[in-house]
Design a protein around this ligand. Structure first.
Ligand SMILES: [Zn+2]
Ligand SMILES: [Zn+2]
Length: 158
């Protein structure tokens, strides 16, 4: 007889609260526990997953499958948001260094692709140099305007 598992009823892992033991065992003999998510759904979780992931300081399993998926999507949005904020900050810094070196109107363009989309504009200027060495505005979904011959690059001009 395997030793009876530690009683986990009432323990909380993220959105999950352990509500009752399950008959199920993992191949390694770990007990499963039924957990109720804060949304009301239940999920059967093996006890080895009902623990805190030390590196991430979060439970290994912390919600029912639906909520876990939503949390994951939110996490991706938050990450994209952080990256976009950083891109805009870098664009502002790059542009402030370019004042007087590039056409005035470039410095009034949206900062990034996402910023241009937000404003319903098609051209943006991050103050970055393209792979072919142009310093020029970019088009959303496109690329460097100088590469397309639509505008001279500031790097080309004397
Ligand atoms: Zn849920
Ligand atoms: Zn280019």
């Amino acid at each position: 007889m395997p030793s009876s598992p530690r009683d986990r009823i009432g323990e909380v892992y993220g959105k999950l609260t352990v509500v009752r033991a399950s008959e199920r065992r993992t191949k390694a003999g770990n007990a499963y526990w039924w957990c109720r998510c804060s949304c009301g759904a239940e999920r059967e979780v093996p006890s080895d997953k009902l623990s805190l992931n030390k590196a991430r300081r979060k439970p290994s399993v912390n919600a029912c499958e639906n909520c876990a998926r939503e949390l994951q999507i939110e996490g991706v949005y938050r990450k994209n948001d952080r990256e976009e904020k950083l891109r805009r900050k870098e664009a502002i810094e790059a542009r402030s260094r370019l004042e007087g070196q590039v056409p005035e109107r470039w410095l009034k363009l949206p900062l990034t692709d996402a910023h241009a989309r937000e404003l319903g504009k098609k051209i943006f200027f991050r103050g970055t140099i393209c792979l072919r060495g142009h310093l020029a505005p970019y088009r959303i979904n496109g690329g460097c305007q100088a590469c397309y011959g639509r505008t001279p690059s500031a790097a080309d001009s004397p």
